[in-house]
Design a protein around this ligand. Structure first.
Ligand code: GTP
Ligand code: MG
Length: 455
């Protein structure tokens, strides 16, 4: 049985941001020049990118930790640090990326479903670089003797799951001969038997015909009502959704129940349409199987007429004798090649996921909450606030004052007061703790630069 899914978990961490530099211009005969400390470079991101060159997640079976490069530190003379290189992890097309909850290690949410070649998503952003002292000049502070530290990047676990990605799916009622067909077309050797629902999980087969090669999936049989959950096929309709071409297989003999092939054909198409309206428009070719059985000529002609009227190509074959198979395999190959070209044309690998992720990240960054840990002890939780905190150089008094003002400016002081915090209480942020001195201690300077690096 071919492998149907492939799942693994990896730990990813962006590069740490480089530190900003505190430096003053030095010139001959000038005692102390203006500030000229460059910014630290941004840490590299860890990016997951779909590639048509890969067919499994085997690369991630044994290596689980991936770190992007750190940004270098800023230097004097306004020399900014270099950004770290992104670390690009290639995965097969059809890989779903999920973020895991850091506490429970359960799936928290789906980050992306990378179905097209080149599609990518940042799964671990690099830390932002610290700003050099040139950024902290104000009318009253012309020689800022501090700079920001780089932001350390966070690490977390993500799950990668490779989903079935076939070019074509063999779809039809049970026992119409789907598994027999894939066995004829490829090296796949699924179980074949004369009872329905022989196939319980999809089988994949690589088909080679002429210059074409493509992947066909043999999906468990569908029955009337499959779209609303009857039978086994429902969960696999989802996978049919991912294939470009539907090979609709009809048992021309009507099987032991003596069904009407045209009726079968219509039921399956109704189920596809009921499951997802796009499936009704999905390119389809109709395959009449078991044409080796005698007395089928009229039935074949009748089904052919219906299929053609629906705008589908039609093939009469026998998986048993191999009759008509080569023609079918070549026609499918041609069709798949055309569809791949079309898909490549109208679906540029998008930055959509990056944008979504970035937006989510910024929203998360801006928000913070104040919680009372115990009497007189308050904790401020929020990425932006925590980032501001870890980037502060606590050895440097000016940097600390800057930090306190920044907290006031983004509304932390107001939120603390509203929660009931009074001067003398303890305020905790990330791994630090401070004595709250009250909001009105500082007159806010309007030109205070707050987190402008992502603008
Ligand atoms: N005469 C004849 N019998 C066939 C042909 N193709 C398949 N069969 C028979 O039809 C029965 C069902 O074949 P399968 O390939 O298991 O059918 P399936 O569509 O995969 O069935 P499920 O997996 O149960 O949905 C088996 O007994 C096959 O030997 C054919 O071209 N001619
Ligand atoms: Mg089967």
């Amino acid at each position: 049985m071919s492998q149907f899914t492939d799942i693994c978990r990896i730990n990813v961490k962006g590069g740490d941001g480089g530190a900003g530099c505190m430096s003053f211009r030095r010139e001959a005969y000038v005692p102390k020049g203006g500030p000229d400390g460059g910014d630290g470079g941004r840490g590299g991101n860890v990016v997951i990118q779909a590639s048509s060159q890969l067919s499994s997640l085997i690369d991630y079976r044994f290596k689980h930790h991936f770190r992007a490069e750190r940004g270098t530190h800023g230097q004097g003379s306004r020399r900014d640090g270099k950004s770290g290189e992104d670390l690009i992890l290639k995965v097969p097309m059809g890989t779903v990326v999920r973020e895991l909850d850091p506490d429970t290690q359960e799936v928290a949410y789906e980050i992306a479903d990378l179905t097209h070649d080149g599609e990518r998503v940042i799964v671990a952003p690099g830390g932002t670089g610290g700003r050099g002292n040139t950024h902290f000049v104000t009318p009253t502070r012309r020689a800022p003797a501090f700079a920001e530290k780089g932001e350390p990047a966070e690490e977390h676990w993500i799950e990668l799951e490779m989903k079935l990605m076939a070019d074509a799916a063999l779809v039809g009622m049970p026992s119409v001969g789907k598994s027999s067909l894939i066995a004829r077309m490829s090296a796949a050797r699924p179980k074949i038997a004369d009872y329905p629902f022989t196939t319980l999980v999809p089988n994949l087969g690589m088909v080679r015909a002429g210059d074409y090669s493509y992947v066909v999936a043999d999906v468990p049989g569908l029955i009337e009502g499959a779209s609303s959950g009857r039978g086994l096929g429902h969960q696999f309709l989802r996978h049919i959704e991912r294939t470009a071409l539907i090979m609709h297989v009809v048992d021309i003999t009507g099987g032991f129940e003596g069904r009407d092939p045209i009726e079968d054909y219509r039921i399956i198409n109704q189920e596809l349409a009921a499951y997802a309206s796009e499936l009704a428009d999905r390119p389809q070719i109709v395959v009449a199987n078991k044409c080796d059985v005698s007395g089928m000529t009229e039935r074949v002609a009748a089904l052919k007429e219906v299929a053609i009227a629906d705008g589908h190509e039609f093939f009469a074959v026998s998986a048993l004798t191999g009759a008509g198979m080569q023609t079918l395999m070549l026609a499918c190959g041609k069709r798949v090649a055309e569809l791949r070209r079309e898909l490549a044309e109208d679906q540029e690998p998008s930055d959509l996921y990056d944008e979504q992720w970035e937006r989510r990240r910024r929203e998360r960054d801006r928000a913070f909450t104040v919680v009372c840990e115990s009497t007189g002890i308050w904790r401020v939780i929020g990425r932006g606030v925590e980032r501001l905190c870890v980037k502060t150089d606590w050895e440097n008094e000016e940097a600390v004052i800057y930090f306190q003002r920044a907290l006031g400016k983004i509304g932390v002081d107001a939120a603390l007061e509203e929660a009931g915090c009074v001067a003398g209480d303890e305020v905790r942020i990330a791994g630090y703790s401070f004595a709250y001195e009250g909001a009105e201690e500082y007159g806010y300077e309007e030109d205070l630069p707050i987190e402008d690096e992502e603008a």
